[in-house]
Design a protein around this ligand. Sequence first.
Ligand code: CA
Length: 224
Amino acid sequence: MHILVVEDDPRLGRVLKRLLEEDRHVVDLATDGETGLDLAESDGIEVVILDVGLPDISGIEVARRLRTRGVETSILMLTARDTVRDRVAGLDAGADDYLVKPFAYEELAARLRALGRRAEPGPRRPESRLEVGPIALDEADRRVTVGGTTVDLSPREFALMECFLRHPGQALTRDQLLDQAWPYSAAVTPNAVDAYVHYLRTKLGDAGSRVETVRGVGYRLSDA
Ligand code: CA
């Protein structure tokens, strides 16, 4: 998933980014509320991890403004204090969930999986597994298998695969794929998408033909 972390504590921000990237998420980091607000409004961000205590505008205010502007991206609030009033303020401002600092990374990862499922169209998927034909992505292990055998994907290939599996049968433009599978901080052109789709197809073996070219649009993962 493409995740935006808005956290002003440099150490926590760095650690979160590293752990999330080790889990093969695509991560952008903002260290103040205004920058976070700008980035959160861009296409492609699927979850915002939002600290309440920020140097300029509070996380509560960031969430409130995003919802006022009609941005529906999932928000996971990080709060330093576990008081009923703080939690209610965050949820009232439009956060979907919250975590009290300090927290275990595993708990954050589990909340993110739940938020990711909530953000998908269609009926709610109970299991932490994305599956199309022989291709499966275990969201807890952060592993892709084809016919039960693990496929060794680079972080970018993995991000593309996850993006396709979250939108089975749907034609995705190069820009959509770029927004979801690359951080905004990366300077890339849509041509990069073609190159990585090619690598991904090769690594998927026979199942690679499921990644279809949609002429004039982009690519689609066939679920037929
Ligand atoms: Ca803070």
